[in-house]
Design a protein around this ligand. Structure first.
Ligand SMILES: Cc1cc2nc3c(=O)[nH]c(=O)nc-3n(C[C@H](O)[C@H](O)[C@H](O)COP(=O)(O)OP(=O)(O)OC[C@H]3O[C@@H](n4cnc5c(N)ncnc54)[C@H](O)[C@@H]3O)c2cc1C
Length: 411
């Protein structure tokens, strides 16, 4: 039987954590809870990998509002501020009850963007399914000619006489697009306007004829992301998010959420550096004083980042994330690279030669260490944002910022 959280959540943070933990102990399936409490990771992972069981659990979690604690109650959330929501997230992680990484676009990007810009119909149609994990979302922003300079995108959407939009173009690096039910799509709708002003944003049903994601192999060996071809795709006007030609403002909502969400766990506690220290002790590398010094400094950096994240969530309250999120994203990206290199130094043999099917954790971490310095805007772009929007320095010169998109000299 599902037990629901009390409507009035405790105001005290420790009591909130206890309320969530006790709810989880009462509602998590018995074998799942037993495996968590026994520290049996293999069994936990096996249960979570069972799609039917995971779906049933995410339904219960969504029903209780715990998957989307910052969303308003009328849209299936708990109406918590970001810092209080992080207390909920921390308990979910502790019990291995959280939604998987591939739901990041749906929960952290699509949900908040629809909440801010969606019509009542769009909110009613999409948010309940998002909260319960019934739909997987992807982000169709980057293009072969538009990454850091996202506003240079050229995927074209033309409105037809019947009001529908006809879309043609190509997107790239779209994580999970081959599995997704919906995509956040940015298109060019007015090429006669300067590049930031002629963009329109859509919620694309990925099953629409003409949408063709093709998986791309990454250096980790996985193929999580795709290039996505859009050929004569017909999108109803009811799928437009926000006003025509004002899609850049809608995208800023998504991008702010993304930078804010890619800055590491919003909780102070064991993280990637703790795991490295444990490995260093196990392999004997801990005896090397120079390596030990670097490990401890990475540990301090990670804890400082966690505390800064909590502090900024407290400062933001229930307000939207600000450009300061770029500072944490940059710090997280730098730390991630540092930890990736350190891991291979702890196990140099395993890092050079490994079994194709069973890569050591150090290799996994090394091959993926660049993710955060590129995804969601590169570290150079975060530095530009910090310079311009946090420090108030002059803008990067762009002589064609006000030139109609179709008359720009660059592709
Ligand atoms: C793991 C991963 C997942 C991703 N998932 C998605 C996704 O789901 N959906 C999606 O749409 N995109 C996704 N991306 C794409 C990502 O957003 C882009 O790769 C990123 O914005 C950079 O764009 P680009 O690759 O075109 O590089 P470019 O923009 O071509 O940049 C090349 C280099 O030039 C530098 N540079 C560019 N402009 C400037 C400047 N003004 N000042 C200083 N330096 C500059 C960059 O920092 C970079 O080092 C993903 C990327 C990765 C790595």
């Amino acid at each position: 039987m599902t037990v629901t959280l009390p409507v009035e959540l405790p105001a005290d943070d420790a009591e909130l954590a206890d309320a969530v933990a006790s709810w989880l102990r009462q509602n998590l399936p018995a074998d799942w809870l037993a495996a968590v409490e026994a520290g049996d990771r293999a069994t936990v992972e096996r249960i979570r990998a069972d799609r039917d069981r995971a779906a049933a659990w995410f339904d219960v979690l969504g029903e209780a509002g715990l998957a989307t604690p910052t969303w308003p109650r009328e849209h299936g959330g708990l109406g918590l501020t970001a810092d209080r929501a992080s207390i909920v997230s921390e308990q979910l992680v502790r019990y291995s009850a959280e939604r998987p990484n591939q739901d990041f676009v749906g929960l952290a990007l699509a949900g908040p963007t629809i909440l801010e810009w969606g019509t009542d119909e769009q909110k009613a149609a999409r948010l309940p399914a998002l909260a319960r994990g019934r739909e997987l979302w992807c982000q169709l922003f980057s293009e072969p000619g538009a990454g850091s300079d996202l506003a240079a995108l050229s995927t074209r959407a033309v409105q037809q006489e019947d009001g529908n939009w006809l879309v043609n173009g190509q997107k790239v690096w779209n994580s999970y697009a081959h599995l997704a039910d919906f995509g956040l799509l940015m298109t060019r709708t007015d090429p006669a306007a300067p590049k930031h002003r002629g963009i329109t944003y859509f919620l694309l049903d990925m099953r629409t004829p003409g949408v063709e994601p093709r998986p791309l192999k990454q250096m980790t060996g996985d193929a999580e992301f795709n290039e996505t071809f859009l050929t004569d795709v017909v999108i109803p006007d009811s799928a437009r998010l926000g006003p025509v030609n004002q899609g850049w403002a809608v995208a800023i909502t998504t991008l702010m959420q993304e930078r804010n969400g890619l800055s590491g766990r919003p909780a102070v506690g064991p993280g990637a550096s703790d795991a490295l220290v444990a490995r260093a002790v196990a392999t004997g590398a801990w005896r090397d004083p120079l390596l030990r010094d670097r490990l401890v400094s990475a540990f301090v950096e990670e804890r400082s980042l966690q505390m800064t994240t909590i502090r900024s969530f407290v400062a933001a309250g229930s307000g939207a994330p600000t450009a300061e999120g770029s500072i944490r994203k940059l710090a997280h990206a730098t730390l991630s690279e540092k930890l990736g290199v350190l891991g291979t130094e702890l196990e140099p043999d395993g890092a050079i030669a490994w079994d194709a099917h069973e890569r050591p954790a150090a290799v996994e971490q090394f091959l993926a260490m660049k993710t955060y310095s590129i995804a969601g805007g590169t570290s150079e772009i975060q530095r530009n944002i910090i310079a311009e929007r946090v420090l108030g320095l002059p803008k990067d010169p762009d002589p064609e910022r006000h030139t109609p998109f179709q008359e720009r000299s660059r592709g």
